[in-house]
Design a protein around this ligand. Structure first.
Ligand SMILES: NC(=O)c1ccc[n+]([C@@H]2O[C@H](COP(=O)([O-])OP(=O)(O)OC[C@H]3O[C@@H](n4cnc5c(N)ncnc54)[C@H](O)[C@@H]3O)[C@@H](O)[C@H]2O)c1
Length: 484
């Protein structure tokens, strides 16, 4: 210990100034702590305010899930071009699985009830794309004969989601649940396969449309390639027993072929669009899942399906709208299509489901009882019709002339003609299309006039052409475009 008072003084002085420094540091530390508390509180408050504002402006975001690869995040009723373009962005959005939204005893009870057959020997089918055109008709047909059906659809806005919601209501009225979910949501699919012993999957969910592939190519990859893999993968590894899968390929796989009618043996390596290329890729993917996992897989190549509750992006539908509205329509010279009526296609889908052999492998049980069936069939009408003739029938049915502009077909993904040979489907499950284009379009126009509550003049024109009483509800074509 130092005893010198001077040294002591120096020491005390140092001590005093050290303490003052310490006190200043402590004080400034308190100040920093206090201010960081304040800052923290302010940040929390600001975050809460932002969350509130976000939820207020986008309530739908809280009520549904987003999938990493959903074709479109929006389920609003807008069908504007801009909402379509969100699809590209939503590809990059990571999200919670719908599995976290769906669950619980009540939910499981509901989906089991929907998927439960109501007849002896009935099948239990998971229908993807059930709110779509073909999916809703197939689901209704299966339900009508007593099969169990559970639907799934992401309700994207490639075309008017209100139409998809309308189809969902039709299904709901008949006891069929359609879940709002994406086929890329593996967690949800696993949950479904664990909860329900589906005998079959009718996989129809896809990004359809040939020309839109030039605007949003990745949505095709997301739904038609990644989504297909997710469905096959979960069915192969998480379902016990594995279901038999029937899925929608497309006549577009025949691409630039000129040999007609198109037969399943013909080459399919010259797709004219990315859409066609993704369907062709799907057929190759189906081969690998059949080979490795013993999944029973049937691919159906649909040929230009049309009818009530159809797709507004397809020519017959958009032409009908343009004729009614007095807008010009652009026709490709010499284009011919094997237009196939929806009821005929539904019979083909049901026939394919009924004759699908069992899957033979099971990842869970380790069973592998030999090769499983791998099939592919054309489902067409076998009689191609010039698109100009289709327009003439519409003009007659709608009682109004089209404002036509005929141009040479550009290289935008369309092919000059399609024509199906359906002998394999006829042989294996008695597929025989029976609806002429005149009769099928008459059914379509009846529905179209009624659904859009068209004005009495159009309804009268349609009625005189169809021999029916006109719809009495009066509305203008403006109302039509608002709901479509
Ligand atoms: N309609 C035809 O002329 C035709 C011709 C050839 C092939 N196809 C194929 O038949 C199937 C059904 O076609 P459609 O005319 O009913 O089309 P659609 O667009 O009306 O039906 C497809 C449904 O799948 C849903 N969907 C799309 N991506 C999804 C995803 N990632 N997850 C969940 N749901 C998703 C859509 O919301 C839509 O409701 C499609 O695979 C299509 O490629 C149709």
């Amino acid at each position: 210990m130092p005893t010198d008072p001077a040294a002591k003084g120096v020491k005390l002085e140092r001590y005093a100034s050290g303490s003052a420094l310490l006190l200043r540091r402590v004080a400034s530390g308190k100040f920093v702590a206090a201010s960081s508390h304040l800052l923290f509180r302010a940040t929390v408050l600001a975050t809460l305010a932002l969350v509130f504002l976000f939820a207020f402006h986008y309530p739908s975001l809280l009520s549904r899930s987003f999938s990493l690869v959903s074709a479109d995040a929006s389920s609003s009723s807008s069908s504007s071009g801009s909402s379509r373009h969100t699809s590209h962005r939503s590809l990059l959005m990571s999200s919670a699985s719908a599995a976290s939204l769906y669950g619980g005893e009540k939910w499981e009870k509901e989906i089991r009830r929907s998927a439960k057959p109501r007849r002896d020997g009935g099948i239990s089918v998971l229908v993807t794309g059930a709110a779509g055109f073909v999916g809703s008709h197939c689901s209704l047909a299966l339900r009508a004969r007593g099969d169990g059906v559970l639907g799934l659809d992401n309700f994207n806005s490639y075309y008017d989601p209100a139409l998809k919601r309308g189809r969902q209501r039709l299904l709901s009225d008949r006891g069929v649940v359609v879940l709002d979910a994406d086929i890329n949501d593996a967690l949800l699919l696993e949950k479904l396969f664990e909860a329900v012993p589906f005998t079959h999957v009718l996989h129809l969910a896809a990004q359809a449309g040939v020309r839109y592939a030039m605007e949003a190519p990745l949505t095709y990859v997301a739904s038609n390639v990644a989504g297909l893999v997710t469905v096959f993968e979960t069915a192969a590894k998480h379902a016990d027993p594995q279901p038999a899968i029937v899925w929608a390929s497309s006549s577009s796989v025949y691409g630039l072929n000129t040999e007609a009618p198109f037969s399943e043996e013909h080459r399919t390596d010259r797709p004219a669009s990315l859409y066609a290329a993704t369907k062709k890729a799907g057929e190759a993917i189906a081969h690998s899942y059949n080979h490795i996992y013993g999944l029973s897989i049937t691919g159906l190549r649909f040929f230009t399906v049309y009818g009530p509750w159809g797709r507004p992006d397809m020519a017959y539908f958009s032409f009908a709208r343009s004729i009614v509205a007095g807008d010009p329509i652009t026709l490709y010279a010499d284009a011919r299509r094997d237009f196939t009526y929806i009821d005929d296609v539904v019979k083909g889908c049901v026939g394919a489901l009924d004759t699908a052999g069992r899957s033979t492998g099971s990842a869970k049980t380790g069973k592998k009882t030999g090769p499983a069936p791998l099939r592919v069939y054309n489902l067409g009408n076998t009689s191609p019709v010039p698109v100009t003739r289709m327009v003439a029938i519409l003009e007659k049915l709608l009682g109004k002339k089209a404002n036509k502009r005929v141009v040479t077909m550009p290289s935008n993904g369309d092919v000059p003609f399609t024509h199906a040979n359906v002998s394999h489907a006829a042989h294996d499950f008695g597929y025989r299309p029976t609806t002429s284009l005149d009769a099928g379009l008459r059914h379509f126009v009846d529905w179209f006039v009624d659904y859009y509550k068209l004005d009495t003049k159009i309804a009268k024109g349609a009625a005189s052409a169809t021999g029916k009483k006109p719809a009495t509800k009066k509305k203008t074509t403006a109302a039509m475009s608002a709901s479509s």
